[in-house]
Design a protein around this ligand. Structure first.
Ligand code: NAD
Length: 298
């Protein structure tokens, strides 16, 4: 398998590389930052998606069967530097899609977001909406099949960037902070566990042609209070401290095409366990949820 992953050193890129890595694979992680881990058959190529020549060279050298385009500046970085976000998320997407098409790459799976839906109220959402529109425009007449994949909120061990208030909640409990503030959103949040997000990307790579142009990934849609209640049961010494907050507008209720199978409880248990292990804290006393891999709304 020859696969180019733009943004391959990031949260999703590293998890996808870990899933697909095997001796003999040729998986290139195209990213300005080095990956935290090396896997069999993967290698890092330092590069910038907005640099046409660098992207063209990476594709020409690897001749990938497919590209997974994950490179982006996320919500917080986009808000603080809209010009940089437009460069990476819009120009970068244009470069990757155009160059893939020119070099006849079979398929590009491009990450999008529920934040792109409607009239995006954020710089990040606006750049993601542009990517969706551009993909739709290029797909109809190109050599490359472009499959957009929209995620809600993806969490799990190793998430470091973007909209992180809920990751901070999980990490606060995992590391046994005395008091953990959390936003008391009234609406349900789409909790997509990292493994499900990776499965969705693999599914998009494997779909027979013609593949749909844009697919939505749905996690376990549950209120924040459900997460806090379960985290309290896992780590009872922590004091949760709610503060009033409004969930950022996005297409949180859009029906999913790909349904994650990890329950909120299982995802939280795994995330907390991994964070504690990484910090050298003792394993959780509470057992893993019994219905592993089953959704509560099945
Ligand atoms: N994590 C989520 O909750 C979520 C939700 C919806 C959509 N997405 C989308 O999924 C994709 C991956 O998200 P993530 O959580 O892994 O983010 P991340 O920030 O962890 O990873 C993004 C990677 O892109 C790289 N990058 C930045 N600028 C680049 C450039 N100019 N050229 C090449 N690479 C560059 C970064 O170094 C980073 O490694 C993004 O497109 C994001 O918009 C993520």
């Amino acid at each position: 398998m020859r696969l180019l992953i733009t943004g391959g050193s990031g949260f999703l890129g590293q998890a996808l590389a870990r899933r697909l890595a095997r001796p003999g694979a040729e998986i290139v992680l195209f990213d300005p930052l080095p990956p935290a881990a090396e896997f069999p058959g993967t290698r890092w190529v330092e590069g910038d998606v907005a640099d046409c020549a660098a992207v063209a060279t990476a594709i020409a050298q690897l001749q990938p069967e497919a590209i997974v385009h994950l490179a982006a500046l996320l919500t917080d970085a986009a808000a603080s530097d809209p010009v940089a976000a437009t460069r990476v998320n819009c120009l970068g997407t244009a470069v990757v899609l155009t160059e893939a098409n020119r070099q006849r790459v079979r398929r590009v799976v491009a990450a999008s977001s529920l934040a792109a839906l409607g009239s995006p109220p954020s710089v990040y959402g606006a750049t993601k909406a542009f990517g969706d529109q551009l993909a739709a425009a290029l797909r109809s007449e190109g050599n490359t099949e472009i499959v957009g994949v929209r995620f809600g909120w993806v969490y799990g061990p190793g998430r470091a960037r973007g909209w992180n208030v809920l990751q901070d909640l999980i990490e606060g409990f995992a590391s046994e902070q005395a008091v953990v503030p959390y936003p008391a959103f009234r609406e349900p949040v789409d909790w997509t566990y990292l493994d499900d997000a990776v499965s969705a990307l693999c599914w998009c790579l494997e779909l027979p042609s013609p593949a749909p142009a844009l697919l939505t990934v749905q996690g376990d849609r549950r209120p924040v209070t459900a997460a806090v209640g379960y985290l309290q049961a896992l780590v009872p010494t922590v004091q949760p401290a709610p503060y009033p907050a409004t969930l950022p507008p996005a297409g949180w209720q859009v029906a999913g095409d790909f349904l994650g199978t990890t329950t909120l409880e299982e995802g939280l248990w795994r995330t907390v366990a991994a964070i504690r292990q990484a910090c050298g804290l003792p394993p959780l006393a509470a057992p893993a949820p019994q219905r592993l891999g089953r959704r509560t709304d099945d």
